[in-house]
Write a protein that binds this ligand. Sequence first.
Ligand code: CMP
Length: 139
Amino acid sequence: RTLSIIKPDAVAKNVIGGVTAKLEGAGLRILASKMVRLTEAQAKAFYAVHAERGFYNDLVKFMTEGPVVVQVLEGENAVAANRAIMGATNPEKADAGTIRKEFATNIERNAVHGSDAAETAKEEIAFFFSTAELAALAR
Ligand code: CMP
């Protein structure tokens, strides 16, 4: 399992469906999905690992500017599979056919977030979804 966030830029561009089709096309299944508007506190906490980076405040502002779609993805090697279909953080460096190549604007407004490792995925999933919520959705 891994956590995906369709960021405010992609939601505003009306490409929730386009992004989700790429995820599903990569063999990932949507186990859980919800649209939420992050509070400043939530965005700060979610990206706490980047708190010392120069882009942190801008990132928090961006992630709270509009709704996002948070999704739990399930599949073989879900973390790696998601990262492959997302493409590089910087869309200029992303491979053709990836989500960021097609839908991102720049390195900050880059359409999607995906967990970077299995352990991070666990934490990030728990940030948005309770164990009971996920158990009810398991197939
Ligand atoms: P994400 O994969 O969600 O992880 C951290 C986010 O910070 C990244 O995507 C971008 O949205 C944002 N960001 C902004 N500037 C940079 C940068 N120079 N390097 C990496 N990430 C950046």
